[in-house]
Write a protein that binds this ligand. Sequence first.
Ligand code: RET
Length: 246
Amino acid sequence: MATPGSEATWLWIGTIGMVLGTVYFAVRGRGSTDPEQQTYYIITTLIPAIAAAAYLAMATGLGVISMPIRGTEVIDIYWARYADWLLTTPLLIIDLALVAGARKQTLYKLIIIDAIMILGGLAGSMMQQGAVIRIVWWAVSTAAFIILLYYLLGELSERARSRSAETGIIFNRLRNITLGLWALYPIVWILGTGGGFGIIAVTTEIMLYVMLDIGTKIGFGAVLLESQDVLQAASHPSSTNDIKSH
Ligand code: RET
């Protein structure tokens, strides 16, 4: 078991950030009584809660192993982040699918493609034979990611638009946050320990992942819950709004 060095500070920042995010969503969701709203609250609260456990494991040295990679020295592989992503990315996809009103079949497909993406990254990070095989796994994982984007931009966007104009706008906002932030993960991976070249320092890599994870889990969750309030208000207008709209 390897012990994390200077990168531990960032892993602790990640842990604290995720705990705060969990508490924030849990407190926010307490007042909700609508079953649909509650589903969003539960999913959105679970996401940082899972990540908090993974970050704690990484900060305490449980979620990391040292591995000799051919052509480089021994590198630390933080495998716990893949366990986190394997659980949290499907939850984020469920959030998006719920907003869009996606078909169950499409949702299952997306979850399988997502699992291939994350497991491809895990496999690549564990390959000890050198850079080439690691890059091959990166390409497999990135191909799965591109297929995910294709569904988000196509079928899911269309479904959301067909629900209502507001849903279409809100889905696009959530989708764009997802596209923009998720696309940075493969870049950090290949430049960091993932690619085996270590072009960026381990501490920088961990810092970037912490920032991305906070954005994709807490930033995304906050925007989603905010938007749900708006949609809810639009579908169950109060009497004041009724009067205003007449
Ligand atoms: C990996 C491996 C290299 C290729 C690709 C990857 C994609 C990772 C993504 C992760 C998203 C994580 C999120 C976590 C927070 O909730 C696995 C780095 C494409 C997209 C959103």
